[in-house]
Design a protein around this ligand. Structure first.
Ligand code: ATP
Ligand code: MG
Length: 249
């Protein structure tokens, strides 16, 4: 148990969630290491949502609400950290989930499916009807024909660079959450939310509620058209640069 008074409370609480996920067989050992890289970037970003991260979240929400067939791709880290938020977001939007793992294992997929169901996520695909994507190595290429393969908009938080790239090469809109604005995932996705995934999902829920029943499709289309992912990533580089400069002027 970590006291709420501990100066690193939030960060330690997230670590505990991941360790729980690891012990339950939901999160992989590699996932624990990946989280550490995220934490390092979050330090540089000041552990808060930047203005540009919020505008990217807004645009991601617009894409999800106007998609023909959107899907939310969930891996072991995402399941351990934000199952509750996923349940709420999917209940508002009706977007289905596909469990899709970088280190694929049928047992882990089943455990994640059960975990998501326990949190109330109704519509979970687990790769029953598999097809392999081009441009990518074997096991990591597998997606569900009724899920990611069919989708026009794929929301894949904490995704790997190769896979984000393979999905954009297929002409899909890829939305991601990645604290590292330099990663291949960040640079190859259509919309990169440079934010911690629990903060991003909370913001996304707020925005989905705000836009619920939005009849003005043109407003959402304008939001999408006005977004430039590279400019938004540059704004994250500047956030880090300014923060370091303020510490060592
Ligand atoms: P890429 O494959 O995109 O080039 P990478 O190989 O450096 O990136 P991966 O291990 O594939 O990184 O993915 C981990 C990424 O997820 C890291 O870039 C890290 O910043 C990010 N990440 C980890 N935990 C979180 C989190 N809680 N919230 C947001 N991003 C996170
Ligand atoms: Mg990677």
């Amino acid at each position: 148990m970590v006291s709420e008074k501990h100066p690193r409370y939030k960060s330690l609480a997230l670590r505990n969630k991941l360790v729980d996920g690891y012990e339950k067989g939901i999160t992989s050992a590699h996932g624990l290491i990946a989280h550490g890289r995220g934490e390092a970037f979050d330090y540089l970003l000041g552990e808060q949502t930047s203005e540009n991260a919020l505008s990217a979240t807004n645009v991601a929400c617009a894409y999800l609400l106007t998609a023909r067939y959107p899907i939310l791709s969930v891996n072991g880290n995402t399941a351990a950290l934000v199952s509750e938020e996923i349940a709420e977001f999917c209940a508002i939007t009706g977007i289905p989930v596909e469990v899709n793992l970088f280190h694929r294992s049928e047992e882990r997929i089943k455990r994640i499916e059960d975990h998501l169901h326990a949190y109330g996520v109704a519509n979970v695909l687990t790769g029953f009807d598999i097809i392999k994507l081009d441009h990518i190595a074997s096991n990591r290429a597998k997606v569900d024909k009724q899920g990611i393969f069919k989708a026009d908009v794929v929301f894949a938080p904490l995704e790997d660079g190769d896979r984000a790239q393979a999905l954009t090469q297929l002409g899909k809109v890829v939305l991601t959450v990645d604290l590292n604005p330099l990663s291949r995932t960040a640079v190859t996705s259509t919309v990169t939310i440079v934010d911690e995934v629990t903060r991003a999902m909370k913001n996304l829920i707020g925005l989905a509620k705000h836009f619920e029943g939005e009849s003005d499709q043109a407003r959402l289309d304008t939001l999408k058209a006005s977004f430039d992912n590279f400019q938004n990533l540059k704004a994250s580089y500047v956030v880090m640069q300014k923060r370091l400069q303020s510490l060592a002027p």
